[in-house]
Design a binder for this molecule. Structure first.
Ligand code: SF4
Length: 708
């Protein structure tokens, strides 16, 4: 059909943390000349480009598996009845067992406004800080690393810096597949300026290595040693920025002493990381010679039992050389999810309060209480994701409301997650899909609007706030997540504080809180939007926070003046002792399992699984095995292999590949019971977490392999 009356609207891709702008042409066209989904040429993240996942979004809009009506105990019910069931149970468990018997488990997929009201309801009105999220699996270590160093959770750089640096060190990131548009921008910049160097630090040889001048295939988890070595080497080679260290930082001597003590020499580091001295020397030489250096890091750094220390080892090097707050220089964590950062902004982690304030921030509790006029403020940190599910199994958390995420597939040790949800007295799941591994565990299902139907904001990896827009009507009885939360809040008796008519009102309140009694004390300030009108909100142009009053253009780069958000305004060096992952290979479990993503699927495939064309790239789950290991174990290419860990087992097809080292295997995380029986890779992962961030060590498990 030819579409003559097409109108189009701008929104943001719901997949990765690059946060590309998307133009959706309405109604979705079947005329090939009018692509229903295209890149937004005005959006500064992608300037019109989309990767294959974003380009396929139209295929996911009309799903046969939408959840169309609220369900209680498997029966369709009216919204009023479902809301009443939920609020009555919350009220009862809070009365009988206290507020911490309730928890939210949220998602980097939901919008900032959804996050804001969930956080407000739990922390201000029910009185529990048990509000955690799958962002805990994504960037929690990066957050703590920033806070330790800068006194705030602030990403210093922007995407342009990636194009302008002369040395880009990519650590624990396969951006070619996981953040494709950013990778394409980097590849294009390198093509234009062939002198720009790219180093990839990753145990695996990934597609990202295609543009690398050097690939350091390190021993899994040994990353921090490389940066402790670079810190020591920076001293010896005389490239320290002494003025910056003296005037803008604290703790350098201690951090250096510990780096020297733990990373004695080139040969020690090369041995510890299982790389050649020659390659390490090349990296050190480039580091010495290149002021405009960015260290770009993602899940390979964060998903680790020492993820926070790794982040600080990286940041230490940038502080020591003054390579921060300048064009083309800085430590730059890239978030996995579309709104992992927006969740952080409203306080959507169990150890945060709101607007980048923590429970421990002096005066913050009282400030937020007064702003919200909250009757039941939580007063201390809640439970982080893994602890939260353990508390469910122990019977301490009795009601959980899971929103827009699939923990039955994504959390480590999924057998434990099942036991936890089975033990709960009420499991509420809000989702746009009817059938996921997690909706199967729900007592109450709330049908949620999905991408292209829901309205709100998201923040991408460079602090840029963009609109997602509801351009299509909701299907069936699906409602926005913020609406469902507010209805439950009203039913609990909190009508005045949750009487929002639309998302614009929520965003304005969030902005007002960010600037309330702030006076520049906190990094996250979007006070410019505190009085935003609905029309302005609807036409919001993507902008990088902070956007304080009087600075509508936002902030491209942070820390240009060398002032940080610590009490004395100085950044902090953190003394690090590099350590290896907690569970090391043994005779019983001789293989190290690394996990990750494939190019054309997103997380647990609840959306990308609907796009037939996306299955072409990688149709089935697999495990990459080195050919020599396979030969020794009698495993043929494409044969079925059983992987066993102390926590479970999975069956996967062998893919023989020299991209993995001996005694190492790699498996993607996407497939679920729903898409491929018995291949949920998280079954194998232990619930080992970083002690500071609570982020699971999902990149590392010990397994045994056998041919089936
Ligand atoms: Fe979407 Fe990320 Fe692809 Fe951009 S790079 S189109 S945000 S998946």
């Amino acid at each position: 059909a030819t579409m003559k009356t097409a109108t189009s609207g701008k929104t943001t891709c719901p997949y990765c943390g690059v946060g590309c702008g998307v133009t959706l042409t309405l109604p979705c066209s079947t005329n090939e000349a009018v692509p229903p989904v295209s890149g937004d040429e005005d959006h500064p993240a992608n300037f019109g480009r989309l990767c294959v996942k974003g380009s396929s979004l139209a295929q996911t809009i009309q799903s046969d598996d939408r959840l169309l009506t609220p369900m209680v105990d498997g029966h369709p019910v009216a919204w009023e009845s479902a809301i009443e069931t939920v609020s009555a149970k919350i009220a009862q468990v809070v009365k009988d067992h206290g507020p911490d018997a309730f928890a939210f488990y949220l998602s980097g997929q939901i919008l900032t406004e959804d996050y804001y009201v969930a956080n407000k309801l739990a922390k201000g009105f029910i009185g529990t800080a048990n509000v955690d999220t799958n962002s805990r699996l994504c960037m929690a270590s990066a957050v703590v690393g920033y806070k330790r160093a800068f006194g705030s959770d602030t990403v210093p750089c922007n995407y342009e810096d990636l194009e302008r640096c002369d040395l880009l060190i990519m650590v624990g990131s396969n951006a070619a597949w996981t953040h494709p548009i950013l990778y394409q921008r980097i590849a294009a910049a390198k093509q234009q300026r062939p002198n720009m160097k790219v180093v990839v630090i990753d145990p695996r040889e990934t597609a990202t290595c295609d543009i690398a001048d050097l690939h350091l295939a390190i021993k899994p988890g040994s990353d921090a040693a490389i940066f402790s070595f670079l810190l020591s080497d920076s001293v010896q080679s005389g490239i320290l920025d002494d003025d910056f260290i003296a005037n803008h930082t604290n703790g350098f001597d201690l951090a250096l002493a510990q780096a020297n003590e733990s990373t004695l020499s080139l040969s020690f580091t090369a041995d510890f990381c299982a790389v050649s001295e020659q390659d390490l020397t090349s990296l050190a030489c480039w580091w010495r010679d290149t002021a405009k250096t960015i260290t770009f890091y993602s899940q390979g750094v964060n998903q680790s039992s020492s993820g926070v220390d790794k982040c600080n080892a990286i940041i230490n090097c940038h502080l020591a050389t003054g390579r921060i707050g300048k064009e083309g220089a800085g430590p730059f964590s890239i978030t996995g999810q579309p709104n992992a950062m927006g969740g952080r902004e409203v306080g959507g982690l169990a150890n945060q309060l709101a607007a980048h304030m923590d429970f421990a921030t002096p005066g913050a509790l009282d400030l937020v209480r007064r702003f919200w006029q909250a009757p039941n403020m939580a007063t201390e940190n809640g439970l982080k994701a893994v602890d939260l599910f353990q508390a469910m199994e122990e019977g301490k958390v009795k009601v959980v409301w899971i929103m827009s995420t699939n923990p039955m597939v994504s959390l480590p040790d999924t057998a434990q997650v099942r036991r936890a949800l089975e033990k709960c007295e009420l499991v509420i799941v809000s989702d746009c899909k009817a059938h996921t591994d997690t909706t199967a565990m729900a007592d109450v299902l709330f049908p949620a609007t999905g991408w292209s139907e829901k309205d709100g904001t998201v923040t991408n990896s460079e602090r840029r706030i963009s609109r997602q827009r509801g351009l299509l009507p909701a299907v069936g009885d699906a409602k926005h997540d913020w609406w469902a939360i507010c209805e439950v809040a009203k039913s609990l008796g909190f009508s005045a504080a949750f009487s929002y008519q639309n998302v614009h009102e929520i965003f304005a309140e969030h902005a007002a809180l960010s600037t309330f009694e702030n006076n520049g004390k906190r990094d996250f300030d979007i006070g410019h939007f505190a009085q935003i009108t609905k029309a302005e909100y609807d036409s919001l142009i993507p902008v990088q926070w902070p956007v304080p009053k009087g600075r509508p253009e936002g902030t491209k780069r942070m820390f240009k003046d060398g002032r940080f958000f610590t009490p004395d305004g100085r950044a902090r060096f953190i003394a690090i002792t590099p350590s290896l992952p907690k569970n090391q290979a043994s005779q019983e479990w001789p293989f190290t399992l690394n996990t990750g993503r494939v190019r054309d699927q997103w997380h647990t495939m609840t959306r990308t699984g609907d796009a037939a064309s996306l299955a072409k790239h990688t149709a089935q789950p697999y495990v990459e095995i080195h050919p020599k290991d396979a030969k020794r174990l009698g495993i043929e290419d494409k044969a079925l292999v059983r992987l066993t860990s102390p926590y479970g087992e999975v069956l996967l097809k062998a893919k023989l590949s020299r991209a993995v080292a001996f005694a190492n295997v790699f498996a993607p995380i996407h497939w679920t019971q729903q898409f491929a029986n018995a291949s949920v890779v998280s079954n194998l992962i232990p619930q080992v977490v970083d002690p500071l961030s609570g982020q699971p060590e999902s990149k590392h498990a010990q397994v045994q392999l056998e041919a089936v």
